[in-house]
Design a protein around this ligand. Structure first.
Ligand code: NAD
Ligand code: ZN
Length: 354
């Protein structure tokens, strides 16, 4: 396949409050023996990219080297390093937030904890991300995209969808029980509604405004609560659920959402922390609340390769369908501002060749 020397990329300039992406012509990277070169077609835009562009989290203790954000990338393999067995030229591949792990440490080998590998690489942070036309990535850790899932739909599942899916599993909410989803109209949230429904849960969606409300109800939420209009969200949830919800999965990057979450639970309920606000505060309830209600507060971070395969399978089976707002590299900055204003329902995806 003809591989060009240079390509278009959305490069992050001056990460910080005024950070933005600038389109540049940069070299096409060359894979090493363990890597594949993927010609990307689409990439999702996750709020994590927004945090990185806006410098919300500092350097997180990481050696931040990446100039290009993006970690929901999908495309076709155009070149394969000589040690790679899993991929051939022409296969479809997906690139995730965790782009690679060491494969050998205690966390990588116990079957459930690879996300905690200390030697992992993160797309858009410690390795170049997916807002570019070509990316090199691990031939061992890239995801195989199943038939029946288009590139533009697979992208949002690789982070948004699978993060929602694993967080719902972490909630331990059972079929027929209530889960509350603050942030339900956003990228992770609108996928969480659909996974929750497919897993038999009853969904109370919380977000702001009518457009998000329409979306949440269309996707299967039994009830939508508009946090911009409802004064006493806890009372409303109690009224609906009698004793409170069994779980709350907080995908909103909002202190208010975290402070509210324990108040929505019934005894032995679980708050799952997913959203990552820039403010410095603690998630959880008061000691009295935690003790008397025997509450659980747990965190959930993206997903293992196995969970990613499972999450994609839901889409291949028609159970989870990302709602897409489509644009080009030139739209990234305006999409970022829309997400910050809470005005981007569903997931933005970038056509990298338009
Ligand atoms: P998004 O902007 O698409 O969605 C967030 C939603 O929260 C928006 O619809 C917004 O209107 C809503 N919201 C804001 N304040 C709210 C409130 N007080 N109550 C209810 N809803 C409120 O963002 P996203 O891409 O879904 O990402 C959400 C967060 O999750 C980000 O902080 C991101 O970094 C984080 N994230 C975490 C993981 C993980 O592994 N834990 C993975 C991916 C993303
Ligand atoms: Zn993400």
């Amino acid at each position: 396949m003809g591989i060009p020397q240079t390509q278009r990329a959305a490069v992050v300039e001056q990460p910080g409050p005024d950070g933005k992406c600038v389109i540049k012509e940069i070299p096409v990277p060359v894979p090493n023996d363990d890597e594949i070169l993927v010609k990307l077609s689409w990439s999702g835009l996750c709020h994590t990219d927004v945090h990185l562009i806006k410098g919300d989290w500092g350097n997180m203790g990481l050696n931040m080297t990446a100039k290009v954000s993006g970690h929901e990338g999908v495309g076709v393999v155009v070149s394969v390093g000589k040690n790679v067995k899993r991929f051939q030229v022409g296969d479809r591949a997906g690139i995730k937030w965790v782009a690679d792990t060491c494969g050998n440490c205690e966390f990588c080998t116990n079957g459930v904890d690879e996300l905690h590998c200390a030697r992992q690489h993160n797309s858009g942070a410690t390795t170049e991300g997916t807002f570019q036309q070509y990316v090199t990535t691990s031939g061992r850790y890239a995801t195989k995209v199943p038939d029946g899932v288009s590139d533009e739909e697979a992208g949002p599942i690789l982070c948004g969808g699978v993060t929602a899916y694993t967080a719902l599993k972490r909630s331990e909410v059972k079929p027929g029980q209530w889960v509350v989803l603050p942030g339900a109209g956003g990228g992770l949230g609108h996928l969480a509604i659909q996974y929750a429904k497919a897993m038999g849960m009853r969904v109370i969606a919380i977000d702001g405004g009518n457009e998000k409300g329409e979306l949440c109800k269309k996707l299967g939420a039994e009830v939508y609560i508009d946090f911009l209009a409802e004064k006493d969200i806890a009372a409303k949830v109690m009224e609906l659920t009698m004793y409170g919800a069994h779980g709350v999965v907080v995908t909103a990057a909002s202190r208010a959402a975290y402070e509210m979450a324990p108040n929505l639970l019934r005894p032995r309920g679980t708050v799952v922390c997913v959203g990552l606000p820039k403010d410095d505060f603690r998630a959880g309830g008061t000691p009295m609340q935690m003790v008397l209600k025997k509450l659980n507060v747990v965190g959930s971070v993206t997903a293992t390769m196995k969970d990613v395969d499972e999450a994609l399978e839901f889409t291949a089976r028609g159970l989870v369908k990302p709602i897409l707002v489509k644009g080009t590299m030139d739209d990234i900055n305006s999409f970022v501002e829309k997400m910050l204003a809470g005005q981007l329902p569903g997931r933005a995806v970038i056509d990298l060749w338009a």
